[in-house]
Design a protein around this ligand. Structure first.
Ligand SMILES: [Zn+2]
Length: 503
């Protein structure tokens, strides 16, 4: 399971694409070494060579002449601008930066912006993609909904996962999002049936080579150690703050023992993330927590559908973060996404893909769902003759929820989320000359209302190029897909589920 199918001999880790380009972080190299396969080094896509040494300590890179959308008001935007990177960090953003010693990426015709940030993604379900395309969250008694998320995914499929199933889904799902420009994720892995399952989840995140918050959530069965294995995991994998992987604690309030998981998370200094869903019967418990003063700025509340005004106010007053999975919430009956509520309270709100068994994890879909739903509600109020109604969301707001707000929610705003000197270079170049985008007339508008993942041209994570001119580097996708399909076959057989392609 530790053979990730990566082409590079020394880089089955965050530097998967980049070993010929520079040194990988020592911790990642050590972690990756035992499993590193022997194979030829990757070569950039034909047509335009990737400059040498990008991402190596001290190596400078100039991304030149793009439309720079920094997502930092203090930095500003540039119709034609440059981003200078040194090693893994951004050192300057401006127009006509002089850096004759730097490697060069020409960005004319590209939008240059921070990578997207997904604050809630159950990556272990990648092998089950679209298996539950019509599923709602819980059984409502109707025959059409007999196959639902709680029973089909959580109580059936997830019970038969082996560590290698966790690994390949984590890796494949992570690479897929990286390819789509999502450079940071919080993985909500509710699959910790044993410490080996936990180790496999972390290995999959590591080998995908992007920035990730490992969300340590529950598991099931005799060997499950949640939440008691948290200190071991923190010490073994997350001792350094200077790495791509960090950790958050799952603290689900619909499970017994939530107090214990919150306590452990806070003792370890971790963010505490949990699903908060009215249709899952959590409102009373959430009210009690709100009234007891339990909320803090370390809380990440996912969905927040169907909660009381009192609890919302307590969450806002505490500085808690809200993560909305808008398409999933609409599709799976979580309740109406509380976009306006979070906006009215001035809360930091990020976006999350949730589950690919039911919906895509790309962030253009996320942003479009967010902005169109918010505007539909406001427009409906306007059409109904209301004398006062909220402001319509702007495209730049949607991009903020998809980037810097996520960084703040995950406690990573000093590292990522905007093109700010001092932050690490998590950068995407989007093709604004493509058939579905040209001519470029409005940068945020092009990103939110026109683009899709086919426009993600180049992706950098911490200064390393992971996708170059349309192609993910250093990865044997065919081989990984075969492993994913084998895992999928095991999961369906072991769970006794039929795979009906036309259901
Ligand atoms: Zn979820």
């Amino acid at each position: 399971m530790c053979d990730p199918g990566l082409e590079d001999p020394s880089a089955s880790a965050p530097a998967a694409a980049a070993a010929p380009l520079g040194a990988m972080p020592a911790a990642a190299a050590a972690a990756a070494a035992p499993s590193a396969p022997s194979a030829p080094a990757p070569h950039p896509a034909a047509g335009e060579d990737l400059p040498d040494g990008i991402g190596a300590p001290g190596r400078r890179l100039l991304i030149r002449g793009g439309a720079v959308l920094s997502m930092d008001p203090a930095v500003g935007n540039y119709a034609t601008g440059d981003v200078l990177v040194e090693g893994k960090r951004i050192v300057a953003v401006g127009s006509a930066i002089e850096a004759p010693d730097a490697a060069l990426i020409e960005a004319a015709g590209k939008i240059v912006m921070p990578g997207f940030i997904d604050t809630h993604h159950h990556q272990f379900e990648t092998a089950l993609r679209s298996q539950l395309a019509h599923g709602i969250l819980i059984n409502d008694g109707r025959p059409a909904n007999a196959r639902n998320y709680y029973e089909t995914i959580l109580q059936s499929f997830s019970m038969v996962y082996r560590p290698q199933d966790v690994y390949i889904s984590e890796l494949f799902g992570g690479l897929a999002q990286l390819d789509a420009g999502v450079t940071t994720v919080m993985d909500v892995s509710q699959i910790h049936h044993s410490p080996e399952h936990s180790d496999a989840a972390i290995a999959g995140l590591r080998d995908a080579g992007r920035r990730a918050v490992f969300g340590y959530f529950e598991g099931w069965g005799d060997k499950a150690k949640y939440p008691g294995d948290a200190a071991r995991l923190r010490a073994q994998y997350f001792a350094s703050d200077d790495q791509l992987l960090t950790m958050a604690m799952g603290g689900e309030i619909y499970l017994p023992g939530a107090e214990e998981s919150w306590k452990i998370g806070r003792e370890l200094g971790l963010k505490i993330a949990l699903h908060v869903v009215g249709t899952f019967g959590m409102r009373d418990t959430f009210d009690q927590l709100a009234a007891s003063g339990a909320f803090g700025p370390d809380n990440i509340f996912i969905h927040m559908t169907g909660m009381s005004d009192m609890a919302w106010k307590a969450a806002a007053d505490a500085g808690a973060h809200v993560s909305l999975a808008v398409p999933i919430e609409m599709h799976m009956r979580h309740g109406t996404p509380p976009i306006q509520k979070a906006r009215d309270l001035g809360m930091t709100m990020s976006l999350s893909s949730d589950v690919e068994c039911t919906m895509t994890a790309d962030f253009f879909t996320q942003m479009r769902a967010l902005i169109t739903l918010q505007r539909m509600s406001v427009n409906e109020a306007a059409l109904s003759g209301a004398s006062d109604y909220p402001d319509l969301m702007q495209c730049i707001d949607a991009i903020g929820h998809a980037t810097i707000a996520g960084a703040k929610g995950l406690g990573l705003e000093a590292r990522t989320g905007s093109l700010t000197p001092g932050k690490e270079a998590d950068i995407v170049l989007l093709d604004a000359e493509a058939l579905n985008v040209a001519p470029l007339n409005n940068v945020p508008g092009a990103v939110v209302t026109l683009m899709d993942r086919s426009n993600v041209d180049t992706v950098l994570v911490a200064g390393r190029v992971r996708k170059w001119r349309g192609r993910l580097l250093g990865v044997d996708i065919g081989r990984l897909r075969a492993e994913l399909e084998a895992s999928r076959d095991h999961l369906f057989a072991a769970a006794g589920q039929d795979r009906n392609l036309f259901a």
